[in-house]
Design a protein around this ligand. Structure first.
Ligand code: SAM
Length: 472
């Protein structure tokens, strides 16, 4: 039976409820009176249920779709301003005991080059990432209790935080590793991680079991209930995601929103972020063998509707997407993007030799971080390297409260400017510096509280005098 408060996967991601939702959405997609009433409800900025949002996803009326895009863009401005947070993934190890059929790290792949970074190599990678200007990482690893036990992950986190190279520092480490125990989540929390990210891949249980035929990841309930264990282990910020292309996107969309509703119902706080990866070509993976790929237009509509349905949740787009697609969805509610990513194990300090491909998937956006920062600023976005919230204890419901009260403009906005100032002084090219200077001057005026504006100006001057890591 469907029950968002239940702790059992099959109750809160209830198959029958999703099927009924899809039938309801299909039956009402041309019911413009209903669609308009849902859009009206959306305007209250309190989010939408999976049923209401599914009706909007099914609706193809051009005028209404444009209204959805306009609302998404407005919500993005209202809750997140024009800041875009930047991060990079760091692959620690591609040893894996699972059999995920879409991932080249699957155990039966005998020709991919298996690698696991030593602490010395982690250090080199982190120095290379710091030298680009990165402050925030998402660490990634395959699931392998022998090669990548939790102690290894914790040791890497410790190494990453300990490296202070020139003015560089990694100030937030998010973690994307396989579902684990409450005890291990507690250890991750104690190691000072930011968000725990785990993609559901697909919410469709039968497909999930076929797509994960072997290994611990085969267990649908254990995987789907992971976020509850993470929260029980004290992690406040969790990141959801679906790998689009595996199952019907309308099914996944309803499942994703039901998962968010479940977290809100049980823990009083929804997901901190939602990621929207699409399957990409990889070592022995051909995306065209999966039947459910979605085109760019559908992808954009999904992003816009996530923004409308969960207005306070951050949305992440990786370099799986091209510059063109990223440009389109930035307007529709994306709040975080990766830049200059390598999906190989190692590869930041020195490019990986061609003969030893260890990459998880091909990236579509190969630009340098400086090019990404420059491009964002040309579009009038503020590239932000801020990591202040979780270090100030603004996690979980406290972050959501800040977002809802719109105090973000007096806090995250100045923090974005301060971290951009650091980036411009320490890492930017001359051209990037030039447009960055103009942007900082212009955006200072958009700090509503005069006292906060004045403090921000003082701190910008302190950064010019050599101080680092100042934040609100
Ligand atoms: N092993 C961990 C797990 O089981 O969740 C860590 C995740 S993996 C390093 C990161 C994510 O990459 C996966 O959750 C999956 O969604 C995505 N991924 C795997 N193969 C992919 C492919 N061929 N194209 C795009 N994304 C892929």
């Amino acid at each position: 039976m469907y029950d968002p408060k239940s702790l059992k996967a099959e109750d809160f991601i209830n198959h029958e409820e999703i099927l009924e939702t899809l039938d309801y959405a299909e039956a009402n997609k041309n019911n413009l009176e209903l669609v308009d009433s849902i859009l009206k409800k959306a305007e209250e900025r309190k989010g939408l249920s999976h049923r209401d949002a599914s009706v909007l996803l099914a609706c193809e009326d051009e005028e209404r779709v444009q209204k959805m895009y306009a609302l998404a863009e407005q919500f993005k401005k209202d809750f997140y301003g024009n800041r875009i947070v930047l991060f990079a993934p760091l692959y620690l190890s591609n040893y894996c005991v699972n059999g995920c059929v879409y991932c080249p790290y699957h155990m039966k792949n005998k020709h991919i080059c298996r690698k696991k970074l030593t602490q010395e190599e982690v250090k080199k990678e982190v120095i290379a990432l710091q030298d680009m200007g990165h402050k925030r990482l998402a660490i990634e690893a395959g699931e392998d209790p022998v090669n990548n036990p939790i102690e290894y992950i914790l040791e890497c986190i410790n190494t990453i935080y300990s490296i202070k190279h020139k003015n560089g520092a990694i100030r937030r480490v998010n973690v994307n590793i396989a579902a684990t125990t409450v005890e291990n989540y507690r250890k991750l929390k104690e190691a000072g991680i930011g968000t725990y990210i785990l993609f559901q891949e697909t919410y469709h249980k039968e497909s999930y079991e076929k797509l994960h035929p072997t290994g611990p990841k085969h267990n649908y309930a254990y995987h789907t209930e992971a976020m509850d264990r993470a929260m029980e282990g004290g992690i406040d910020d969790v990141g959801l995601g679906v790998l689009f292309g595996l199952e019907l996107y309308k099914y996944e969309f309803a499942g994703l929103l039901m998962h968010a509703e479940h977290l809100e119902a049980v823990h009083g706080v929804g997901p901190h972020t939602i990621s929207v990866p699409r399957i990409k070509r990889a070592d022995d993976i051909d995306p065209s063998t999966f039947d459910n790929g979605i085109d760019d237009e559908t992808f954009a509509k999904i992003c816009a509707l996530i923004r409308i349905a969960v207005p306070y949740t951050g949305m992440i787009i990786s370099t799986r997407e091209s510059k063109k697609v990223r440009e389109k969805v930035l307007h529709l509610g994306v709040s975080q993007i990766s830049g200059a990513s390598r999906t190989s194990v190692g590869g930041y300090a020195e490019p990986e030799p061609e003969e030893d491909n260890s990459a998880q998937f091909d990236v579509s956006d190969n630009r340098t971080l400086d090019e990404v920062v420059h491009w964002l600023m040309e579009m009038k976005y503020i590239p932000s390297f801020c990591t202040a919230c979780y270090r100030e204890g603004r996690t979980g419901d406290r972050f959501m409260a800040l977002c809802k009260s719109k105090q973000i403009q007096n806090c995250c906005h100045p923090n974005a400017l301060l971290t951009l100032r650091e980036y411009l002084n320490d890492y930017a090219s001359e051209d990037t510096k030039r447009i960055g200077e103009e942007l900082i001057q212009r955006e200072l005026q958009n700090i509503p509280n005069p006292a906060a504006r004045e403090t921000c100006e003082k701190r910008l001057a302190m950064i010019n005098d050599g101080k680092r890591d100042l934040y609100f």
